[in-house]
Ligand binder design. Structure first.
Ligand SMILES: Cc1cc2nc3c(=O)[nH]c(=O)nc-3n(C[C@H](O)[C@H](O)[C@H](O)COP(=O)(O)OP(=O)(O)OC[C@H]3O[C@@H](n4cnc5c(N)ncnc54)[C@H](O)[C@@H]3O)c2cc1C
Length: 438
């Protein structure tokens, strides 16, 4: 039997997109949202698309990955963007909103579609014939549902904490100051090593221990394991602690000197294409501006472009490469989709974009067409490819960045020209793709 009803769990940034897209196209949609009956630790209202922290959707500029993401979402008819533009407040090149008016607007737009809203906590999911379910319950998924999802996906595929090191674009690493080698020569040359002299290390250590950090909530502290201790905390335990931890030089010979350096920062490939590298062992709670300032003191990273900054915080997400197919459906049960931050994207707009992608494919399925992946050279296509197939090693939540996109065939004169060209190519491809697909 073909599915006739869509049930969406969670009316956040992602769920709102799914519901609006499908209900506006005449499909029967139910939205199950537990607020205000049961609140999360971070939400305060009963509105859909509530912004739990900043009121900014970041840049609108096409030389910024977030700007490109928005341009693509607009082509898909994003309800979050529509309401954001209607309730915008001045913030330079960024799209900032009056948070209350924004969420009210999304709520009204959704209610206008005729969607059936049920205010209840969903604790288990077992789609009946004729149903598709979308789980869009976000980083603060309720405990009972999280427990159920742990059983559904397998304990090892459900994460409750996100301790991620920064990721840099390969092209921005100064290879004149680095060397490729694996410890004791064991491996396949996957590591780029950034050596530091004693003087460079001392300066770096001093700035690191004094840098500004994001304060840690109590519930975060409870979940912080020794193995994902932030790099600045390791550094604070003693001047040499990093040289015996993530910056240890043993087994690494710098071909320029024929010796082990005083200290080494290792970078490891983060995606299959090798365009992104993560700074091994550098999970951190430093503020983003501080990460840029302090980590650029590492000689081979002095011009580093950060594809994503490091974090250590509570965040519920699933191991998408293991449990989801490229359309964000559960491999073991294609009647269950996931959308939003729970699939391993991070950020308001990224979560919403994942919702649009899922809605686009459910619409196709309801119209008896095969689901499609978005072109890899679009930002949404590249981001979702990364989290379902392209990531190397464990999935760490990812946000939009230019390092995810395949390279241009011609050289660009500057970083800004390169980004603009990448954006133009992405928008053209998205337009072409949608003309044939919707
Ligand atoms: C504390 C915090 C601060 C953040 N700050 C920012 C920021 O400043 N900028 C940024 O870009 N991103 C931020 N994020 C990341 C992320 O982009 C947002 O959390 C975003 O809202 C995720 O969208 P979503 O739709 O996946 O989930 P959400 O927007 O959280 O929506 C999930 C919805 O599901 C509902 N729900 C949960 N469990 C159930 C259940 N069992 N049954 C029914 N309903 C349920 C919730 O009530 C909620 O409405 C932050 C995340 C957190 C946790």
């Amino acid at each position: 039997m073909n599915p006739l009803e869509v049930h969406v769990v969670g009316g956040g940034l992602a769920g709102s997109e799914v519901v609006f897209y499908l209900a506006s196209r005449g499909h029967t949609v139910f939205l199950h949202e537990m607020r205000p009956k049961k609140m999360t630790e971070v939400h305060k209202t009963s509105f859909f698309s509530e912004l739990v922290c900043s009121n900014s959707f970041k840049s609108m500029d096409l030389t910024n990955a977030e700007g490109l993401l928005k341009a693509e979402m607009q082509l898909l008819g994003s309800v979050n963007l529509k309401c954001a533009y209607e309730n915008r407040i001045p913030a330079g090149k960024a799209l900032a909103v009056d948070r209350e008016k924004f969420s009210k607007c999304v709520t009204e737009e959704i209610l206008k579609t005729g969607v059936k809203v049920i205010r209840e906590e969903i604790t288990e999911i077992d789609p009946k014939d004729g149903e598709i379910w979308v789980i869009a319950t976000g980083p603060a998924t309720s405990d009972k549902l999280a427990e159920f999802l742990k059983k559904l996906t397998g304990t090892e595929h459900m994460f409750f904490f996100d301790a991620a090191a920064p990721i840099v674009e390969k092209d921005s690493i100064d290879m004149d100051k680095a060397f490729i080698a694996d410890r004791y020569g064991k491996g396949t040359g996957d590591h780029i090593n950034c050596p530091l002299t004693e003087e460079e290390y001392d300066k770096f250590w001093h700035e690191l221990v004094n840098a500004e950090v994001i304060p840690m909530e109590d519930f975060d502290k409870k979940l912080l394991f020794e193995r994902c201790k932030p790099v600045e905390d390791i550094a604070r335990s003693g001047k040499d602690a990093l040289r015996y931890g993530p910056m240890k030089p043993v087994g690494l010979i710098d071909p320029k000197t024929g010796r082990e350096p005083f200290a080494v920062v290792q970078l490891r490939k983060d995606n299959i294409e090798g365009t992104l590298y993560n700074i091994v062992g550098f999970q951190t709670r430093l503020k983003w501006g501080e990460q840029k300032r302090v980590f650029r003191m590492i000689p081979c990273l002095r011009n580093a472009e950060f594809a994503r900054y490091g974090v250590v915080h509570r965040n519920i997400y699933i191991n998408a490469p293991a449990v989801l197919d490229p359309y964000l459906r559960l491999k073991q049960n294609p009647k269950i989709f996931f959308a939003g931050q729970i699939v391993g994207v991070e950020g308001y707009m990224e979560s919403a974009a994942a919702g649009l992608y899922v809605a686009f494919n459910i619409d196709r399925i309801l119209n008896r067409k095969d689901p499609l992946t978005f072109p890899r050279n679009t930002m949404i296509g590249a981001l979702l490819y990364y989290i379902t197939e392209g990531v190397r090693g464990n999935l760490r939540p990812m946000y939009a960045n230019f390092g995810l996109l395949p390279k241009l065939t011609q050289r660009a004169k500057s970083k800004y020209e390169r980004r603009k060209k990448l954006s133009m190519r992405a928008i053209e491809n998205m337009k072409k793709f949608l003309r044939g697909a919707i």
